[in-house]
Design a protein around this ligand. Sequence first.
Ligand code: SAM
Length: 275
Amino acid sequence: MSDPMRPPASQPRPHTAAPRPEPSRSRAALRTAVVWDVLQDALDRRVKATGRQTLDVLDTGGGSGNFAVPVAGLGHRVTVVDPSPNALFALERRAAEAGVADRVRGVQGDARGLFDVVERGGYDAVLCHGVLEYVDDPAEGVRNVVAALRADGVLSRLAAGLGGAVLARALAGHFTEARQALDDPDGRWGTGDPVPRRFTAEQLTGLVEAAGLRVGAVHGVRVFADLVPGGLVDTEPGAMDALLKLEAAAAELAAFHSVATQLHVLGETPGTDGV
Ligand SMILES: C[S@@+](CC[C@H](N)C(=O)[O-])C[C@H]1O[C@@H](n2cnc3c(N)ncnc32)[C@H](O)[C@@H]1O
């Protein structure tokens, strides 16, 4: 599995036949590896389908560029829309450090007023990672990001999972909070919960389909990573690589989606023919 936290090469890598880097041992890789692999495959398929080496990618709520900068490292042009000036400043610095500043554009804006700042129907791929938890109307948010796609395009949507939060609260001994999250329509465990909204896989796929896309794939993200004691992973030889492989295998299985910390849904416009 490749690692989006790894600084990308300053030159775009070829889109075909490039061997993927070895799994990183970093905790950052553990959080992002499953999403990164799915996303990278989806972008590679768009490159093949369009015949264009450079795709136009929009990262809504892209923050400081956790995904935008490595995507630019693949050779694509990335526009990041985020309401936070601090995040956009960090993005600019990070893109410069990674040698991809010419392919990353940060724009202040939000999901609701997306088309005040970017072109409708102008993107081959749209990322919406960790954002719709925070917007007032997630259905409107999904409709907006889908409207930013070209006729053939792909949506990468990552959001907090309900079951993972319930499990984590229960395993920490916070049984009442776990029950509260289970019963709460927004999946929140209490007033101190920093996440405004969580989703089940069915809710996420329903939102994506209601916006006119077909669901290409669903993955559970961080099924085990947040439950395993950090010391064990950091000190046991081979434990990090084994955990990365376990996460990758479990991510695909529907049975584990209901206990994942996050859920990733790949949505495809009807015209994409599975690519
Ligand atoms: C949890 S961070 C995720 C950052 C990045 N997408 C990632 O995966 O690393 C959430 C981001 O969403 C942005 N955000 C919050 N409300 C938003 C909105 N209404 N529209 C767009 N972005 C928003 C925040 O500024 C922040 O950068």
